[in-house]
Design a protein around this ligand. Structure first.
Ligand SMILES: Nc1ncnc2c1ncn2[C@@H]1O[C@H](COP(=O)(O)OP(=O)(O)OP(=O)(O)O)[C@@H](O)[C@H]1O
Ligand SMILES: [Mg+2]
Length: 398
């Protein structure tokens, strides 16, 4: 039975249906010691049997299309049982229809669960000993294998179509989300840019078209200058938001980045009468990040905290390890955030500040996400705010 096992193996591995069915037909002739073999499949309407594979098939079968409700094969389909016939009987020619003469003939239905998919046949012209019960059993087995091959191929085809469809709709989704985000951004950007532009326009017109003293003209031009700087700031932030990072990820000491940011903001902290407390975890393992990007995130958070404490306060900065993550927390004693504010915090252009762009946290969020990390906020109105960045220790990079 090696050959049978081979057939089963081929079935499992080979999903090229026509090749597979041809192999089954050839194995059938070989195993049953028959001259010819053929494998016919029912068409979708179940009106005709179509030749799917054949080995030394006699005419007219070799041409390929038979009525499904006639002849010996029609009988097999109707009864769903194999039939073995000895000696072609010319008197039954009309009933057997198109049946070429044979010395012996065996046909088995290809049944899968409660459906018949086709018929597998073997036969001979030359005198041979008749087919036995064993032969019927063997051919039925092969027919069953052929039926599951047809079914597998159909399922496989469906799965592939489904996967392709899924891939297409996913790509569409990503694209439309990107477009929607860009659309929203463009709308708010136009708005953001329009205000300072209007102001500049007014200042310049005043300075040019009105009889003003030099001092007054200078005042308006300085106002225009301020607005231009604001525009430049907005555009720079926008570019940061969109620019794909060229930086390389490398093993980085998070504590060192924090120290750098605190050194940069030292003056501001002092001037704002803010008491600084730090709690850096000793022997913090290095994180694999793009250092200047993470530094930008820390800077944004520290500056936000400072700006939230105009009348002074307390700033805590701490790092620690938690399992496979490294955490950085920045806590202030400012006004905190209402739930409404919290929900808008990371949106581009959300700001409550005169000179803010509202891009600081949006950019930070993007950077941390690229590093497969998270930013979380804890806050209640009047209770200050804590921003926590969580970065994975496992290497993977942004
Ligand atoms: N620590 C904080 N406490 C209270 N409110 C905060 C804090 N951090 C941020 N916010 C609120 O979130 C808003 C958005 O912050 P974000 O950093 O994105 O922009 P911004 O600071 O206003 O502008 P920019 O960062 O461009 O200077 C702020 O305007 C402020 O209202
Ligand atoms: Mg900010």
């Amino acid at each position: 039975l090696t050959t049978l096992r081979e057939v089963a193996l081929e079935l499992a591995n080979n999903l090229d249906l026509p090749v597979l069915l041809q192999q089954i037909a050839e194995h059938a002739a070989y195993l049953l010691n028959a001259y010819y073999s053929g494998l016919f499949l029912l068409d979708a309407e179940e009106l005709f049997l179509e030749l799917a594979a054949g080995h030394r098939l006699p005419a007219p079968w070799a041409e390929g299309r038979l009525r499904a409700d006639r002849g010996l094969m029609g009988e097999v389909l109707a009864t769903r049982r194999s039939i073995a016939v000895r000696d072609y009987d010319p008197r039954r020619e009309a009933e057997w229809l198109d049946q070429p003469p044979f010395s012996r003939f065996l046909a088995a239905p290809m049944v899968l669960r409660d459906r018949v998919l086709g018929v597998l046949i073997v036969g001979d012209h030359q005198p041979r000993p008749p087919f036995e019960e064993d032969d019927r059993w063997l051919l039925s087995l092969l027919a069953g294998q052929a039926a599951s091959a047809v079914e597998n191929a159909r399922l496989y085809q469906e799965v592939r179509q489904f996967a392709a469809q899924l891939e297409r709709s996913q790509a569409q989704l990503i694209q439309s989300e990107k477009l929607a985000a860009m659309g929203r951004l463009a709308a708010s950007l136009a708005h953001e840019i329009n205000n300072p532009l209007q102001a500049i326009h007014n200042c310049v017109r005043l300075a040019l078209d009105f009889p003003l003293s030099d001092e007054e003209k200078a005042k308006y031009l300085r106002m225009a200058d301020r607005e231009i700087k604001r525009l430049v700031h907005i555009v720079q932030r926008m570019l940061e938001f969109y620019r794909p990072s060229r930086g390389e990820a490398e093993a980085t000491d998070l504590n060192a980045l924090v120290e750098q940011v605190l050194a940069l903001t030292h003056k501001q902290i002092q001037q704002s009468k803010i008491a600084l407390e730090t709690e850096m975890a000793a022997d913090l393992p290095p994180v694999y990040v793009v250092a200047d990007q993470i530094m930008q995130v820390i800077l944004n958070l520290v500056v936000n905290a400072i700006e939230a404490m105009e009348a002074g306060g307390r700033l805590w900065v701490s790092t620690r390890r938690e399992g496979d993550d490294v955490l950085l927390s920045i806590r202030d004693t400012g006004p905190g955030l209402t739930p409404e504010q919290r929900s808008k915090l990371f949106e581009p252009f959300y700001t409550t500040k005169q000179t803010g762009t509202g891009l600081g946290l949006a950019v930070s969020y993007g950077i941390v996400e690229k590093h497969r990390g998270t930013i979380e906020v804890e806050s209640e109105p009047g209770q200050g705010a804590t921003f926590t960045i969580r970065l994975p220790l496992k290497r993977g990079g942004p």
